[in-house]
Design a protein around this ligand. Structure first.
Ligand code: CP
Length: 345
């Protein structure tokens, strides 16, 4: 099963952002554009009727699990799920490779999240069907990076700016945050980017990602100072302290709340149209409060446009991997039911 694709995704695993060249990203994003009427429930397509997604989440998730499942349903397919390692036979000592052999007999494609870096690739090596990495430990979260970049492209459209030439501040736990790891790799496909990496020194972005950004010719600044880092950027990308990755969870308390953004800080330091992003979940507990709720009425807060975009990007991944993207509109009709999003039938 092909691991590296330039434009043809058919039958491929999606394990790492390193598989994506710029042509692949463009193909995915233009396919995602076409999924929007279906994601918004204005049209229905049944192009994956009869297909089954195995949605295997061995670690907590809200967005990734539900949006992968919904994306598959919206294309007409069905979803079977396993949630939590404790409810699977992994707890009885079954190997990932045996699990993969079994589950790939039941599914046409599998999405998997697991707390151990490299585990999804190990699983995929024994799978008979394509496997999508829904997050493996601190390593990667490729579909999140793709939806993040798709969101960045869309947000910049009204600002006369492009991904080439982007200025972005990534903030928070950059050591354990797999979303920023994958996003950094993805940005290496573009030109002339300024990246501010803002974290406590102990939670700094690992050297391999910093080196890759520099080798791509980007300007990279590593700092622990929030306010000056968000002053001249297009995107502020905040992340959560990944407490589940700490050996001792109380150690995470040392860093929680270090980089809070609220409307007053935004108004004082950011350019007027700076886009605020976060892969979510944001930690809204008082001691963390990474993105204050007073930003919720700020039109530049893009966090829920990110989650909506996640649905269409994931639909596009399925449509391309299962080679039905060209058929989606042929098997479509308008919906019958009242659609509260657009207020019409
Ligand atoms: N962004 C993200 O991966 O969210 P979940 O953990 O809720 O899936």
């Amino acid at each position: 099963m092909g691991q590296v694709f330039t434009v043809d995704f058919t039958g491929a695993h999606i394990l790492s952002i390193e598989q994506f060249q710029r042509e692949d990203i463009e193909k995915l994003f233009r396919t995602a554009d076409r999924m929007e009427p279906y994601a918004q429930r204005r049209r229905v397509t049944r192009v994956l009727e009869g297909a089954i997604l195995g949605n295997m989440f061995f670690e907590a998730s809200t967005r990734t699990r539900i949006s992968f499942g919904s994306a598959f349903n919206l294309l007409g397919g069905e979803v079977r799920e396993s949630v939590g390692a404790e409810s699977s036979s992994l707890v009885k000592g079954e190997s990932l490779r045996d699990t993969a052999r079994v589950l790939s007999g039941y599914s046409d494609v599998i999405c998997m999240r697991h707390p151990v870096a490299g585990s999804v690739a190990e699983f995929a090596s024994a799978s008979r069907v394509p496997v999508i990495n829904g997050g493996d430990g601190s390593n990667e979260h490729p579909s999140q990076a793709l939806l993040d970049l798709y969101t960045i492209e869309r947000e910049l459209q009204g600002r006369q700016r492009k991904i080439d030439g982007l200025r972005i501040a990534m903030i928070g736990d950059l050591k354990h945050g797999r979303t920023v790891h994958s996003l950094s790799k993805l940005l290496c496909q573009y030109r002339n980017i300024k990246v501010m990496l803002v974290s406590p020194a102990e939670l700094a972005m690992p050297d391999e990602y910093v080196s890759a950004l520099r080798e791509a010719g980007h300007q990279v600044h590593v700092t622990d100072r929030l306010e000056e880092s968000i002053a001249n950027v297009d995107i502020v990308y905040s992340t959560r302290i990944q407490e589940e990755r700490f050996q001792d969870r109380q150690q995470a308390d040392l860093y929680r709340g270090r980089f809070r953004l609220n409307q007053a800080i935004y108004t004082r330091h950011c350019e007027p149209n700076t886009v605020i992003m976060h892969p979510l979940p944001r930690d809204s507990r008082a001691e963390a409060n990474e993105l204050d709720a007073d930003l919720d009425s700020n039109p530049n807060l893009a966090i829920f446009r990110q989650t909506d975009n996640g649905l269409i990007v994931r639909m596009a991944l399925f449509a391309l991997i299962l080679d039905v993207a060209h058929l989606v509109d042929q098997h479509a009709r308008d919906v019958f039911w009242f659609n509260p999003r657009i207020g019409s039938h």
